[in-house]
Design a protein around this ligand. Structure first.
Ligand SMILES: [Zn+2]
Length: 286
């Protein structure tokens, strides 16, 4: 395996530190009440993520990196064709790539084949920093294709690809965490980035709420497309996917097999479609 120094010696240790700090913060200042054993979920999500981690390191970074180097050498892709000052190229990389990821996340919900795999991430019955690692390896394989195309089309520089990827992972850890930030601080942060309360709504069993808040780093894309929802208080959210509510159906083996089985409709086990009767107050933008 060829070394990627920025990822191996800076990115990974940094992300591991962020993970531990968020683990402590969500334990000390919990946001939503948790219903299942934290340790149990931590172990399950971690073990489930091992093949995904391998794919990230062996394919999801090396392949787009090789494409980025090739495109740079041949002046292929948007940013490789323009001669922009360095700082403009940095901003453009973050905006273009995060916007592309917003659509990739949308596609993972809307395209039935992709949803089979992304469903595994959403079946977590509690939401915390460990959910950020809970991705089926099949979703990671599709992501290699998406990231390769995005890097080639936008002409992302190899170093910027790594900086962006590390930031994307850090943002994913942060907005999945169950850390109760002081509301004023979160409202301020949520003017720019996706925060835990905002992403919590995306993990609701109410389908209209799941189909909102697609952003990863910046919250602006959801504002732009009218898919930003901040009107559900966290204690009113039931986390998960309506049709997959039984813990014994969400064991490691069953989660790995879930994409290859028949997919259930978005209904509770009793047949009801979860809805929210009253429109609650807008917690984040009051
Ligand atoms: Zn999602």
């Amino acid at each position: 395996m060829q070394k990627i120094p920025l990822m191996d010696y800076v990115g990974r240790p940094l992300l591991a530190c962020i993970f531990v700090v968020l683990l402590l913060l969500q334990w000390r200042f919990p946001l939503r009440r948790q219903h299942f054993s934290m340790l149990h979920r931590l172990v399950r999500n971690f073990v489930l993520s091992i093949p995904g981690f391998a794919i990230v390191r062996l394919a999801m970074l090396p392949i787009p990196l090789a494409i980025a180097m090739w495109a740079q050498g041949r002046h292929i892709g948007l940013l490789n064709c323009l001669t922009l000052p360095g700082w403009v190229a940095v901003i453009a990389t973050f905006l273009l790539m995060d916007y592309a990821y917003r659509w990739w996340h949308w596609a993972n919900h809307m395209i039935p084949l992709f949803w089979r795999f992304h469903n595994v991430h959403h079946t977590d019955l509690d939401l915390d920093v460990s959910t950020a690692a809970r991705f089926h390896f099949g979703e990671m394989i599709f992501s290699v294709g998406f990231l390769s195309v995005a890097v080639a089309v936008f002409g992302i520089a190899p170093i910027m690809l790594l900086v962006f990827f590390i930031t994307l992972e850090a943002a994913t850890l942060f907005h999945h965490s169950n850390w109760r930030l002081p509301i004023k601080l979160e409202r301020t942060l949520n003017l720019i980035i996706v925060t835990p309360r905002m992403h919590g709504i995306h993990h609701s069993i109410v389908q209209r709420e799941t189909n909102s808040n697609w952003g990863t780093i910046f919250c602006w894309w959801d504002k732009l497309h009218g898919t930003l929802r901040r009107d559900v208080p966290q204690d009113a959210i039931t986390i998960g996917v309506a049709a997959y509510r039984e813990e014994h159906e969400l064991t490691l083996g069953k989660l790995l097999a879930l994409p290859f089985r028949g997919q259930r409709e978005w209904r509770l086990p009793n047949g009801e479609i979860p809805e929210r009767a009253a429109r609650p107050a807008d917690e984040l933008s009051e």
